[in-house]
Design a protein. Sequence first.
Length: 100
Amino acid sequence: MFGTISHAKVKPGHEPALATLDQEFMQTLRPSIDGQVLLLRGRVHEQPDVGVSIFLCKDSAAYAKLSDSPEMDALYRKTLDHYEGEPSWEDIEIDAIVQD
């Protein structure tokens, strides 16, 4: 799988709005993505105002297609309303997923 990890300082009280945007993503954009998708959202343990998102697609081609789409750009711009500044990003390639 291929995707990204982002860190961003979330404005106080904006977590529910980000959860709503996650649902919007799942309803509007997810159906257009071929293959598996994983979206995780949380926070840094000792910095609860710093949000962490992990987003993965089946491969880099699916990820690039989504990230280059105008629809994803519009949704991303909505998320920025809930952050104090731009998120930091790390593109990642997953070699294994182990789940119990």
